[in-house]
Write a protein that binds this ligand. Structure first.
Ligand code: FES
Ligand code: FES
Length: 285
C-alpha cells in the first residue's frame, strides 16, 4: 500500500465514512459534525461507538414501544418488538401482560399497570427509589427484567396497606417523620419491610459480628439498620426518622412521638398582631 492510499484510508476512517448507518445517525443526533466529529472519533474506537450506538438505539426502541396512557395525546405506539407474555401477581392480583422482553419491572409497574408509587430515581441501581418486593425479597425494579417475574408475586408500596389501615411500617414512618419530599419513601418502606423478614430469617449483613451464627430474629441495632438500608438514598436526609421507624417496628416497643400537630386553638393563640405565627420547637403547623 503506498503512502497516499494509507493517508486516504486514515482520512476516511477519521471522518467517519466507515461507520455504520446507525452510528452515523447517532453522531448526527448528538450534533457532532466536522471537526468536532473527527475529535470525538479520535477519542473513541469504532467498536466502542458501535456498542454505544447499539445500546442507545435499543433503549430508544424499547421506550418507543411502550403503550400510551388512555387519552394521552401521543403519536401512535409502534407494535411491541420482542414481545413475551408474562403472568405474575401484582399486589395479590393476577396479571397477564404482553411486554417487550427488555422492559424493566419498574417500567411495567409505572407505564403498563399504572402503579406510580414506585419511583424512578437513577434508573441504574444506585438510589433504591424503585425498590419493590418480589416473592418477599427486596429488588431494584429498575434492574429487574419484567419477563423474569413470570409466576412471581410482586408487592409495591400500593400493596402494603389493608384498606384504610396502614402497614405498621408506613404508620411508623409518619410517626417518626421519616420523610420530607417523600420521593424516596416508597422504596425506603418496601426495603424496610423486606429487611424485617431478612432479620427474622437470621440473614447476616456486612456489620454482623459473627456471620456463622444462624440466629433467628436478629435484633437490629442502629448500626445494622443503617448498613442494611444503605442502598436506599434519601437526598432530604430523613435518615434519623427512618432508622427510628424501623427500630420501633422491629422491637414492637412503642416510642414517643417527638412532634405533634398544633391545635386550631393553639394556632389562634400563637397569632400575634403582626399576623406571624410563633411555633414551639416540636410543633408542626
Ligand atoms: S431507580 Fe432503581 S436504583 Fe435508582
Ligand atoms: S424524603 Fe426526599 S428524598 Fe427522601
Amino acid at each position: 500500500m503506498d503512502d497516499n492510499q494509507e493517508q486516504q484510508d486514515f482520512d476516511s476512517a477519521e471522518d467517519g465514512s466507515q461507520l455504520s448507518a446507525d452510528e452515523e445517525r447517532l453522531l448526527d443526533e448528538l450534533g457532532l459534525f466536522g471537526v468536532t466529529r473527527r475529535e470525538f472519533l479520535g477519542q473513541s474506537t469504532a467498536a466502542v461507538l458501535g456498542t454505544f450506538a447499539f445500546q442507545l438505539l435499543a433503549r430508544e426502541e424499547a421506550l418507543a414501544a411502550l403503550p400510551t396512557a388512555p387519552g394521552a395525546a401521543m403519536a401512535p405506539t409502534p407494535r411491541l418488538e420482542n414481545a413475551v407474555r408474562v403472568l405474575l401477581k401484582i399486589n395479590g392480583a393476577p396479571q397477564r401482560l404482553e411486554v417487550d422482553s427488555r422492559m424493566a419491572l419498574l417500567d411495567l409497574l409505572r407505564e403498563r399497570v399504572g402503579l406510580t408509587g414506585t419511583k424512578k430515581g437513577c434508573d441504574q441501581g444506585q438510589c433504591g427509589a424503585c425498590t419493590v418486593m418480589v416473592d418477599g425479597r427486596r429488588v431494584l425494579s429498575c434492574l429487574t427484567l419484567a419477563a423474569s417475574c413470570e409466576g412471581k408475586d410482586v408487592t409495591t408500596i400500593e400493596g402494603l396497606a389493608k384498606g384504610d389501615q396502614l402497614h405498621p411500617m408506613q404508620a411508623a414512618f409518619i410517626k417518626h417523620d421519616g420523610f420530607q419530599c417523600g420521593y424516596c419513601t416508597p422504596g425506603q418502606i418496601c426495603s424496610a419491610v423486606a429487611l424485617l423478614q431478612e432479620a427474622r430469617n437470621g440473614e447476616a449483613s456486612h456489620v454482623t459480628a459473627d456471620v456463622r451464627a444462624r440466629n433467628r430474629n436478629i435484633n437490629l441495632t442502629e448500626e445494622e439498620i443503617k448498613e442494611r438500608m444503605s442502598g436506599n438514598i434519601c437526598r432530604c436526609g430523613a435518615y434519623p426518622g427512618i432508622v427510628a421507624a424501623i427500630k420501633e417496628v422491629q422491637s414492637g416497643t412503642r416510642t414517643a412521638q417527638t412532634w405533634e400537630f398544633a391545635s386550631d386553638e393553639r394556632i389562634a393563640l400563637a397569632m400575634n398582631p403582626d399576623g406571624k405565627v410563633e411555633v414551639r420547637a416540636n410543633e408542626i403547623v
